[in-house]
Design a protein around this ligand. Structure first.
Ligand code: FEO
Length: 399
């Protein structure tokens, strides 16, 4: 794809990673690929905002050189140092060693550690600092922990344009760059998955940052993140969605994730689904080893309850559930009702360990864990149904 003009004199010069299926190592599933958005602002002085992952430096260079020789770049703004945006930095700086690099103190420290670029010309910036490049004044807004401590955004008032970096992104490679050119249901689904897996741990900071930006009363009609589509038709839609997810606004919905050895825990899970459903709760049931965790975390964002089940295995959980919980606890979903269940043979263990992890993530364990030996009898399945029903009532009361 060629460079794309998003505002007069402002160009997208990023790259699409159509084939990427795992982001941040093995963690985040990206069935629709990823894009790395970099932007070139052509003014009296020329500015590149962010770059791309190292393998895509050639593609970015080609786009830049279709507009100007890269040697003409005066300023490089590093809104975020994570290698998906800064990977091209060393190769790029070999071609523009005299360009001034604008970034936060944390970003400078990380750039030096990642890329040993001591010889370059750094300008450390903070919220309120402004860079004049001719007709435009670029305003820097620190956005710590959205997604790393070094993050910041760049606002261009003359273009009513917020270059928001990771915030408001989606992991999505699309041949159409703008919101109004895409299926927005699909874009917002990807945006929610991205929020859940990348930014949910920082929800309180995110709310504060959005409120701070709202108080700045920025005259803005476009948000261009560093991943996914650019919001030009309705930038308010993604801001409203973020506030809803970060708050979070809960639905009468329960997510059940389980793993089973001889189907006893599976039977318990299905009876619990029936009990929850009897209270008009939307339920999604996932068997851990055949489910995509990235998508489950997205579903958890607005679900009031999370129920986890496992057979006892070696006095603990089945490893797929341990792995799931390790990631879930790290994502820090807030204000959840939690519950644990599972079958055991001659010794218990799984349910207590699941409960301990759920307490770590701050879940409100509204029912004692439900444990059944060997295989559930008809009466025990009825108890599972009642267990789901009781949790369903509590969801109804709290939403
Ligand atoms: Fe897209 Fe935190 O990097």
């Amino acid at each position: 794809m060629p460079a794309i003009e998003i505002k007069k004199g402002v160009y997208w010069v990023g790259a699409f990673d159509w084939d990427l299926r795992l982001f941040e190592g093995p963690i985040y599933h990206t069935p629709n690929g990823v894009s790395y958005n970099a932007y070139l602002i052509i003014d009296d002085q020329i500015t590149l905002v962010d770059s791309v992952e190292s393998r895509f430096f050639g593609e970015m260079l080609e786009k830049i050189e279709s507009l100007i020789p890269i040697s003409k770049i005066d300023h490089v703004i590093i809104n975020h140092v994570e290698p998906d945006h800064s990977g091209a930095f060393p190769d790029m700086m070999k071609l523009i060693p005299n360009a001034k690099i604008h970034c936060t103190q944390k970003a400078k420290e990380a750039l030096l550690k990642y890329y040993y670029g001591e010889e370059y010309n750094y300008n450390v910036v903070k919220t309120g600092d402004v860079l004049n490049i001719g007709k435009r004044n670029l305003h820097f807004i620190e956005s710590r922990m959205l997604h790393w401590p070094d993050n910041m955004m760049t606002f261009v008032p003359e273009d009513k344009l917020l270059l928001s970096n990771d915030a408001f992104g989606q992991h999505l490679a699309s041949s159409h760059l703008f919101d109004d050119e895409n299926d927005m249901d699909m874009v917002m689904r990807e945006a929610k998955t991205y929020y859940a897996n990348i930014l949910m741990p920082f929800a309180p900071l995110l709310i504060r940052k959005i409120e701070e930006i709202q108080k700045m009363d920025l005259d803005m009609d476009m948000i261009a993140p560093s991943h996914g589509v650019v919001f030009r038709k309705d930038p308010g839609r993604i801001i409203d969605a973020y506030l809803k997810w970060a708050k979070p606004e809960m639905n009468k919905k329960a997510i059940i994730v389980y793993e089973t050895m001889y189907e006893s825990t599976m039977k318990m899970a299905r009876a619990i689904v029936d009990g929850l459903s009897s209270q008009d709760i939307e339920v999604k049931l996932y068997k851990a080893d055949s489910s995509d965790f990235t998508s489950i975390f997205s579903e958890i964002v607005d679900a009031k309850a999370v129920l986890i089940g496992s057979s006892t295995f070696n006095n603990g959980m089945i490893p797929q559930i341990s792995y799931f919980l390790e990631e879930l606890v790290g994502l820090k979903p807030r204000n959840k009702i939690g519950a644990a269940f599972g079958s055991y043979g001659w010794g218990k263990g799984a349910v207590k360990k699941i409960e301990a992890r759920m307490k770590e993530m701050g879940a409100d364990l509204v029912e004692e864990g439900l444990e059944i030996q060997y295989a559930p009898s008809a009466d025990e399945l009825k108890a599972c149904y009642e267990y789901g029903k009781s949790i369903g009532e509590k969801i109804q009361q709290s939403c």
